[in-house]
Design a protein around this ligand. Structure first.
Ligand SMILES: [Zn+2]
Length: 90
């Protein structure tokens, strides 16, 4: 079982917003609300379109802005990470 520190969870959370480039360069994405995994091209909705840092993806399964891409370096297909983040942020 993986252990993630609160600092790691906070770092991962920062990668869930304004991340369009990182998401599009990821091989897989994970949602820490519904805990699903999906490919970047399954994402159809983006918000924060006015933000110069980049748009934020909405999860294609639950429409929550809680998506992290594998290019962040975090193991987004690790259910333990997604579960810890859900408990931390929801
Ligand atoms: Zn979701």
């Amino acid at each position: 079982m993986s252990i993630f520190t609160p600092e790691q969870l906070q770092e991962a959370h920062k990668r869930s917003i304004f991340h369009q480039q990182e998401i599009l360069s990821s091989s897989i994405c994970g949602c820490f609300y519904c805990l699903s995994n999906f490919a970047p091209n399954e994402i159809v909705e983006w918000v924060d379109s006015e933000d110069p840092r980049g748009m934020t993806a909405l999860c294609p399964k639950c429409a929550i802005d809680s998506v992290i891409g594998s290019s962040s370096g975090f193991p987004v297909d690790d259910k333990e990470l997604l579960n810890r983040m859900r408990k931390f942020y929801f």
